[in-house]
Design a protein around this ligand. Structure first.
Ligand SMILES: NC(=O)c1ccc[n+]([C@@H]2O[C@H](COP(=O)([O-])OP(=O)(O)OC[C@H]3O[C@@H](n4cnc5c(N)ncnc54)[C@H](OP(=O)(O)O)[C@@H]3O)[C@@H](O)[C@H]2O)c1
Length: 272
């Protein structure tokens, strides 16, 4: 739960048009709830029409109904992403883009279906590039706009058993750090959010339903507001808690062979 004090950052979002991917579940859904409370105009994307409709019903009564739109699209499909960009580029400008949608796969690389690996590249990387490339040029003339890209603590190191997912999240940190610096002269904020284990549907999806929830994990609402606040401060990187920040730091200090053998525990948690 966000602390009651120091909520001034929420004003940054007031009246802004926010395009949010992955709004139907987990961290993205919490972001949508917080942003609706900030008085943002919301464009919420997801694949699941029922979940989008439920979100619209839930958030509409906050007086934001006219300012809340939903887009049902599959980010795996580059043409659908381009169509979304085209239709939004000719309307009111998007002030804030949040690339939150993503998914993982947990298991050995050699057992991973080829199409799962390729779909991960499309959703976790290609869609992020397409959306950033569409909206950042339009933000350049409008200081106070911004992009929040959601990576993971595994953006800082890799983990055997989650090779492709970790690689896509390395991409996010590489892209986001560079964009942060490129957009600095224009007053456009670009921030990476790097959560650790968080309660959501992520684990269940990544293990094809074999595991439902992490043993110990962060509350998605906490992760959501930490990321949203970080963007208002134009932080380069936002890690969501100290243990994850420490892990990311230590991973760079210890020899890689030692890290891979020990600290880089296998990504697939043991079934109870
Ligand atoms: N949970 C964790 O432990 C954790 C840790 C580090 C980083 N992260 C990152 O946090 C972000 C949010 O994940 P989460 O934990 O909130 O997981 P989640 O509950 O599974 O939510 C993922 C969201 O992404 C959307 N999505 C996935 N594939 C999509 C596709 N092909 N097209 C359109 N939308 C798609 C989902 O939409 P539908 O439901 O409509 O399919 C859903 O809204 C992801 O980028 C993830 O990598 C999560």
């Amino acid at each position: 739960m966000a602390p009651a004090h120091n909520q001034n950052w929420k004003e940054w979002y007031q009246g802004k048009t926010v395009l949010l991917t992955g709004a139907t579940s987990g961290i993205g859904r919490e972001m949508a709830r917080i942003l609706a409370g900030c008085g943002s105009r919301l464009i919420l994307c997801g694949r699941n029409p029922e979940a989008l409709a439920a979100l619209k019903n839930e958030l509409g009564p906050q007086g934001n109904q006219a300012a809340l739109e939903t887009y049902c699209l599959d980010l795996e499909n580059g043409e659908e992403v381009r169509e979304l960009c085209r239709s939004l580029q000719v309307r009111d400008p998007v002030d804030v883009l949040i690339n939150n949608a993503g998914f993982g796969y947990m298991g050995d690389f050699v057992s991973m279906p080829e199409e799962t690996g390729l779909a991960m590249l499309k959703v976790n990387m290609d869609a992020v590039v397409l959306l950033c490339r569409s909206f950042l040029p339009l933000m350049k003339d409008r200081p106070g706009t911004g992009v929040l890209n959601v990576g993971s603590v595994v953006s800082f190191y890799t983990i055997p058993g989650s090779a492709v997912y970790a690689a896509t999240k390395h991409f996010i940190i590489g892209l986001t750090d560079a964009l942060h610096q490129e957009m600095l002269p224009y007053g456009v904020h670009v921030t990476g959010l790097y959560p650790g284990r968080t309660h959501s549907r992520f684990l269940s999806r990544a293990t094809n339903g074999a595991l439902q929830q992490w043993h110990r994990a962060a509350d998605p609402e906490d992760v959501a507001w930490i990321g949203l606040k970080g963007l208002t401060e134009n932080k380069v990187r936002v890690l969501t808690d100290w243990p994850n920040a420490a892990k990311a730091f230590v991973a760079r200090l210890v020899p890689i062979r030692f890290f891979l053998k020990t600290a880089a525990y296998r990504a697939v948690p043991k079934e109870k």
